[in-house]
Design a protein around this ligand. Structure first.
Ligand code: PMP
Ligand code: GLN
Length: 391
């Protein structure tokens, strides 16, 4: 029989699903896949419940409910000073995952190249390849994950159509600096390229750091598609409501992809997210402060268990170097070992690289958007485990 699509038939199940299943099988605390273990804000959920009961529940407009597109435009102004036309420059999607696919398929032609900074979120590469384009990886070096400007400049070619820029960055917790963004902007202008900006963690940034959308830099307004996610901004990852902000000349084509991928997104969830985006500053500051305290709690626990903790300035994630424990194996083996023996799940960093041979093999990613008691218990379990390892 004829083979199915070669990009997808060669792929395994995502590392997040695999490690979540392993954690469930072994009764482990799941600090692998990134999702909060609470239910999200009561008022946002109440708005969704009310909207479901009152309707309408039929297809909403293809670009998204006007109320949510207006709320996204207003949030762009409020948080970043961006003037956005909600009718032609905002589109609602079924999660950032769909937004990424729409943007990449909408921009790329077969033969194009797309630069991907590694470690990279897992959905970028398969979608780039499904569009017939080539993903060109550029690696950031641990432990500081600074942008290697020379290799980045060398990765651009006449075929470069775009860069995928994820800041704050999963899995590193890196928040790109203004100087790094300036350098990326200069390259995009020099090579007449675009940026697909995955900013799902835009509000999850910790003290002393500030999220700067690339789109706010000179010359970037016309070259960036900026993606947000209600899943992260309202701790409602199962809702899958995302939004793309971008210039009309790009969004027009991206909308054509969306119309044949999902076409629309549940209207009740859209109106609840519109309500959420209008919440006061205390909500957004409180979300970041609460996660920062959780980061600190888990960082302390991991350090007490003998791991070398890497800095993290945003997102849900913290990475740790386990070589200090004397563990003799790869990151994948380490994550499986702690899931089965310590009963704490994590994600191996090498899973975020196209070529595992080029990936660091000594880092594990832990998710800290969990109840304090869970983080404390996970830390105690890891401490008991490392004691048993003789560390
Ligand atoms: N990009 C990154 C970097 C992510 O971590 C996630 C989380 N799953 C997504 C995109 C997808 O977001 P969503 O759940 O809204 O599809
Ligand atoms: N973004 C989540 C993470 O990095 C996972 C989402 C998924 O399972 N696809 O953990």
């Amino acid at each position: 029989m004829k083979a199915a699509n070669s990009v997808f038939s060669s792929l395994g199940t995502t590392i997040f699903a695999t490690m979540s299943a392993l954690a469930a099988e072994h009764g482990a605390i799941n600090l692998g896949q990134g999702f909060p273990d609470d239910e999200g804000p009561d008022d946002v959920r109440a708005a969704a419940a009310k909207a479901i009961l009152e309707g309408p529940n039929q297809y909403p407009p293809m670009m998204g409910l006007p109320a949510l597109r207006q709320a996204v435009a207003a949030a762009n102004k409020r948080f970043y000073g961006l003037d956005i036309d909600w009718q032609s420059e905002v589109m609602v999607t079924s999660g950032a995952t769909e937004a990424l696919a729409d943007c990449l398929i909408g921009l790329l032609n077969p033969g194009d190249e797309a630069i991907v900074l590694e470690p990279a979120y897992d959905s970028y590469k398969p979608v780039i390849e499904a569009a017939g384009a080539k993903a060109v990886p550029v690696s950031l070096e641990p432990p500081h994950w600074s942008l290697p400007l020379e290799s980045l400049a060398a990765a651009f070619s006449a075929k470069t159509k775009l860069i995928v820029l994820n800041t704050p960055m999963n899995p590193t917790g890196k928040v790109f600096t203004r100087a790094e963004l300036d350098a990326i902007a200069a390259l995009l202008i020099r090579h007449d390229a675009y940026a697909v900006c995955d900013e799902v963690y835009e509000h999850l940034v910790f003290s002393g750091h500030r999220h700067i959308p690339l789109m706010t830099l000179p010359g970037m307004r016309e070259r960036c598609l900026r993606i947000g996610s209600a899943g992260k901004t309202f701790s409602l990852t199962g809702w899958k409501v995302g939004y793309v902000t971008g210039p009309a000349h790009l969004l027009q084509t991206v909308a054509k992809t969306h119309q044949f991928v999902t076409f629309t997104t549940p209207p009740a969830l859209q109106s609840a997210v519109a309500f959420g985006l209008a919440k006061d500053d205390a909500y957004f500051a409180g979300l970041a402060a609460s996660l920062e305290a959780k980061r600190d709690r888990l960082a302390k626990g991991l350090a007490e268990a003998g791991l070398d903790v890497l800095p993290t300035d945003g997102t849900y994630f913290i990475s740790a170097d386990f070589r200090s424990l004397g563990f003799n194996g790869t990151d994948d083996e380490f994550c499986r070992d702690i899931t089965m023996k310590a009963k704490v799940g994590a994600i191996p960093l090498s899973a975020f690289y196209a070529d595992p041979a080029k990936a660091p093999q000594h880092l594990a990613r832990f998710c800290f958007c969990k109840q304090d008691a869970i983080l404390t218990e996970a830390s105690a379990r890891l401490k008991a485990y490392t004691k048993g390892q003789g560390a």
